[in-house]
Design a protein around this ligand. Structure first.
Ligand code: PMP
Length: 414
């Protein structure tokens, strides 16, 4: 098959911003296709981190000295930047910085779930949820006596929307859905699910860890009550995630972590809370990471999120088609032209870890394992799979390198 190289992203130019891509692995050029796990960091983002530490490293919200003021302004503005990026209505008040998506899930589960859920209440997830949401709601349900239900995944990897309409009832208090599945690539019909959820007066929480990096996301258009994502999957640093929440909900919620920075007034007897979003950011927050993530957002917007998505779609479809050429490769999830930027598969007769190891010998980095979706893998009847995932700096030639390396693995095992 011929690769279509009419990318609207200038990929060669983009690659120049990622020196890590010049590395060799085992004497071969690195082909990095593990972007669903974490993405690389372009020079302007590395520079933003270095600039913070070199020029104005200081704690925020505290000092009136110049460095602290500069750090505070940059950190607070970063919240506005992230809020704007996902279409929040009320800027920083609706954007809480966390450590990652997992912590954003836990924030809602502990600050809201622990107080609001009880026996007779239900939380509805899907069978394809990441452990970040699945384990979190499962455990909070155990603590509160609530019950977790799962929207099934159909044979062809879509969410069973008929079942969803039956599972979401007046007993449902919250529905939590991955916008894009990190294992199957399934794109959830989030607006439709938000409507069903709201018809039953429940809250709609979207795990956008695999969506925000790759496609334009508008939380108001979706009508999400909460929306979580991670900085390190969208060219930002590790150690920062984001929780969007509707202002009135965040206002009503109690903090889940207590300490400095999140208070307004403290006496020996009691305390009151700082305004949003600081009420949810106890202690010295993720200052350098937040500032650098705002820089990553600038970088993505310069590329254009439509162009990012188009590039991602093109590579994903190309990889899906090329892998489909093998009779002995089983690909999981929806067709190549209707999924997010991940392709999970197995080569018959070769364990995913062996495939991964041989690919590594060819310089190709992919993920092998359960991708933090163990129950979904059990549902698929497999223990592990191989996952290739793409981003703005990947090329069709790199997909070809993946396919050639898989061919080499088949030769070794046959
Ligand atoms: N949800 C999804 C869909 C993911 O892909 C991931 C990361 N693999 C997470 C949640 C968790 O992200 P983090 O590890 O950054 O908390």
């Amino acid at each position: 098959m011929e690769a279509t190289e009419q990318q609207s992203l200038d990929v060669e130019r983009v690659r120049e911003d990622f020196p890590i891509l010049e590395r060799e692995v085992g004497g071969e050029p690195l082909v990095y296709l593990d972007n669903a796990a974490t993405t690389h960091t372009p020079e302007p983002v590395v520079e933003a981190i270095a600039d913070y530490y070199r020029r104005y490293n200081s704690n925020v919200h505290r000092g009136i000295h110049t460095l602290s003021q500069e750090a505070s302004v940059a950190y607070e503005d970063a919240h506005d930047r992230l809020a704007e990026f996902v279409g929040a209505e009320h800027g920083r008040e609706e954007m809480v910085f966390t450590k990652n998506t997992t912590e954003a899930e836990n924030l809602v589960a502990f600050a809201w779930g622990l107080n609001e859920l009880g026996p007779g209440d239900e939380v509805v997830l899907t069978q394809l949820e990441h452990h970040a949401s699945l384990v979190t709601w499962q455990q909070v349900a155990k603590k509160t006596g609530a019950e977790v239900k799962y929207i099934p995944v159909t044979e062809d990897g879509y969410l069973d929307m008929e079942a969803a309409a039956e599972l979401i009832t007046d007993d449902t208090e919250l529905v939590n859905v991955a916008h894009v599945s990190n294992t199957l690539g399934t794109i959830a019909p989030v607006s439709e699910l938000a409507d069903i959820t709201h018809d039953h007066d429940a809250l709609f929480f979207v795990d956008g860890a695999q969506a925000v990096p790759n496609r334009p996301v508008d939380v108001q258009e979706i009508d999400a009550d909460f929306y979580a994502f991670s900085g390190h999957k969208m060219l930002g640093p590790t150690g920062i995630g984001c929780l969007y929440g509707k202002r009135h909900l965040l206002e009503e919620m109690e903090p889940h972590l207590y300490g400095g920075m999140m208070i307004e007034r403290v006496t020996y007897e009691d305390s009151t809370w700082a305004e949003l979003p600081w009420k949810f950011e106890a202690g010295t927050p993720v200052i350098a990471q937040g500032i650098a993530l705002a820089e990553a957002v600038d970088y993505l917007e310069d590329l254009g999120m439509d162009a990012v998505q188009a590039h991602e779609d093109r590579l994903t479809e190309y990889a899906y088609d090329r892998l489909s050429e093998f009779d002995d490769v089983d690909i999981y999830g929806p067709p190549g032209d209707d999924r997010g930027g991940v392709v999970s598969f197995n080569v018959e007769g070769i364990h995913a870890h062996d495939v991964s190891s041989i690919l590594n010998d060819h310089g190709v980095a992919i993920r092998a394992g359960d991708h933090c979706t163990q129950p979904l893998h059990q549902e698929l009847g497999i223990a592990a799979s191989v996952r290739a995932s793409f981003y703005v700096y990947n090329t069709t030639e790199e997909v070809d390198a993946l396919v050639d390396a898989i061919d080499a693995a088949r030769d070794i095992f046959n």
